[in-house]
Design a protein around this ligand. Structure first.
Ligand code: TA6
Length: 300
């Protein structure tokens, strides 16, 4: 029996939850709910795509390929058990290591209102060089009125875990010049482009150059308004006291080399639900922490 057949036997639901091989490489799960569809790769627990009535709502690099030991540019990377560069060792991978490895499916469900899949990965002694702690991280992806994700950390060790993390969501936009981000007015932020200098957001966020900011404080309700697409993406977070806003603009797009085209930055904006910057989490032995986000599209 193949891996896909085993997944199908255990977790598929006719017409709602299916397992298949992805053109990017590797197994994926397809969730269907009304006019919505989500594709989740077992690699990295990575949401690759979300469509509503055929409209693509996430941005994915056209040159992205699933490769063991590497993350993917686009969709919703899971940054865990640290966000950004490692605090003390630059040789360790940015955004942690679980986005680079295969996860396992541990549950699924389909009701009249929702389709859901749960994936998991756990640290082992093989990770001690990277992060010498015993922990499990679970991702629950649910399609209902919109798309929601819950990232749960379980501390299986004898000591406390110091955690930073993010759901690093790449939203597709009509054009970066036609969008604004609302809900962070008055929030403090750490500006990565100026050595994480602390500043305060005045007014809504409009992007006309590289933006790389960790907003801290009241960041739980954000709207990405896209005048060109005539839609607003509502972002409601829980278990999070920070949010990252990032667009690489042309210079970093060229340096990254995996965005697919020099102008790719015009069609994407990252709004990331996080525990980052000042917003670090300590998980007690035997304890757990859940960070969640719900995305809902409002049209017109
Ligand atoms: O979340 C913003 C950020 O930390 C940027 O600084 C940029 O590095 C981006 O993440 C992409 O990181 P990655 O490791 O996926 O290339």
């Amino acid at each position: 029996m193949t891996h896909l057949q085993s997944l199908d036997d255990r977790f598929a639901v006719d017409g709602r939850i299916a397992f298949e091989a992805s053109p990017l490489g590797g197994p994926i799960v397809r969730l269907l709910q009304g006019a919505q569809e989500v594709l989740v790769a077992l690699h990295g627990g990575h949401v690759l795509n979300w469509t509503d009535g055929g409209e693509g709502l996430l941005w994915m690099s056209p040159v992205a390929r699933i490769t063991a030991g590497k993350g993917l540019r686009g969709g919703i990377p899971v940054c865990w058990p640290w966000f950004g560069d490692h605090a003390t060792d630059a040789t360790k991978p940015a955004h942690g290591f679980v986005r680079q490895r295969a996860w396992t499916v541990i549950g699924s469900a389909a009701t009249s209102e929702a389709s859901m899949v749960m994936l998991s990965t756990a640290t082992s002694t093989a990770d001690d060089q990277l992060w010498p702690h015993q922990a499990e991280v679970r991702l629950t992806v649910t399609l209902s009125k919109g798309l929601s994700l819950f990232l749960e950390t379980r501390n299986r060790g004898a000591g406390p875990l110091l955690l930073t993390q993010a759901l690093h969501t790449y939203f597709r936009v009509s054009d970066i010049g036609r969008v604004e981000v609302r809900g962070l007015e008055g929030c403090a932020y750490l500006d990565k482009r100026e050595g994480f200098k602390r500043k305060v957001q005045t007014g809504v966020i409009q992007v006309a150059g590289e933006v790389d900011r960790i907003y801290v404080g009241e960041t739980g309700r954000i709207e990405l308004a896209d005048a060109g697409a005539q839609r607003v993406m509502r972002v409601v977070s829980t278990g999070s006291g920070s949010a990252v806003v990032w667009n690489p603009w042309s210079g970093k797009t060229a340096r990254l080399g995996d965005m697919g085209s020099p102008e790719a930055y015009r069609q994407m904006l990252c709004i990331e639900t996080s525990n980052a910057g000042d917003d670090r989490i300590t998980v007690a032995p035997g304890g757990r922490h859940v960070m969640g986000v719900a995305y809902e599209v409002v049209r017109g």
